[in-house]
Write a protein that binds this ligand. Structure first.
Ligand code: CP
Length: 295
């Protein structure tokens, strides 16, 4: 079964197949649809806008029948477990499931499930489709991953995006450094001070503060955070001439990034979202057992 649970489960070749299919969906294969009836459910146990609805958009474009499940209003409220919920969707005829859940590696308890599962984010663990859309955005810009430097800045500790892009860029020949408050970033060899990181990077990837995963409320004000750890206009002016700004979003404007930079000329934040639909079309097609398009 062609589940997608972690970016590190993919080979380099499989990553390039997915990126190529995603590009094909934007041009030569834009009308491609499933040749037979396909039923997919999106199970979101955590909030989402981009991932949920770009999966739904991708599935509709591919001609699938789509059902959207949220825990609220379901039998989860009567105490049904994740496993029994997923087993139910398998039993009633769904062909594939997209799942987001707050538990790290929730998919380990779903090993008996026979239909493919696409991980839409597990706790602080993995977010493989976000990583693939980030990779597509980087590739569109630089036409290679070799030697590309990505600075991931902010709440690294609670981020599933940070883990996934580090794994992928290591595999593809790029470099990743981390920056942010020291309580949220390991100060090992991959750590850089924010000013150094911004000047070093080809891609400045800002992260939202994941308040929902914090035990304590933050003591710093939003303004102090922006000045100390955020992408201000002064720092953006220090970026290399061809460097780009990325952010998985949702963005807290004026906290991790100055609001005016979100739609700046060198920002690719909304392009990332458009790429999310293309990449999700590619991984949904792959999950249902269809071979990659010819390269
Ligand atoms: N980037 C991302 O995962 O956004 P959502 O939480 O809105 O899906």
């Amino acid at each position: 079964k062609n589940s997608l649970l972690r970016i590190c489960d993919l080979t380099k070749e499989e990553i390039f197949d997915i990126l190529h299919d995603a590009e094909a969906f934007s041009c030569s294969q834009s009308d491609w649809q499933f040749p037979r009836r396909t039923l997919i459910a999106n199970l979101f146990f955590e909030p989402s806008t981009r991932t949920h609805f770009s999966f739904a958009s991708a599935q509709h474009q591919l001609g699938a029948s789509v059902e959207n499940f949220t825990a609220q209003g379901s039998s989860v409220e009567k105490g049904e477990s994740l496993y029994d919920t997923v087993k139910t969707f398998e039993s009633i005829g769904f062909d594939a499931l997209v799942i987001r859940h707050s538990q790290d590696e929730y998919f380990k308890e779903l090993e008996n499930i026979q239909i493919p599962i696409l991980n839409a984010g597990d706790g602080c663990g993995n977010h493989p489709t976000q990583c693939l859309l980030d990779l597509l955005t980087i590739y569109q810009e630089f036409h290679t991953f070799e030697g590309i430097k990505v600075a991931v800045i902010g709440d690294v500790k609670h981020s599933r995006v940070a883990n996934s892009i580090k794994e992928a860029m290591d595999m593809l020949g790029g470099e990743v450094c981390f920056s942010g408050p020291k309580e949220w970033v390991e100060t090992d060899a991959s750590y850089k001070d924010i000013n150094e990181a911004v000047q070093w990077a080809d891609v400045v990837m800002m992260l939202r503060i994941q308040h929902e995963r914090h035990q304590e409320t933050m003591k710093m004000s939003k303004e102090e955070y922006l000045q100390n750890y955020g992408l201000t206009k002064e720092r953006a002016a220090m970026m290399k001439p061809n460097a780009i700004i990325m952010h998985p979003a949702p963005v807290n404007r004026g906290v991790e990034i100055d609001s005016d930079l979100v739609e700046a000329k060198n920002s690719r934040i909304f392009q990332q979202m458009s790429n999310g639909v293309l990449v999700r079309k590619a991984v949904v097609k792959r999950a249902l057992g269809y071979a990659p398009f010819d390269r």
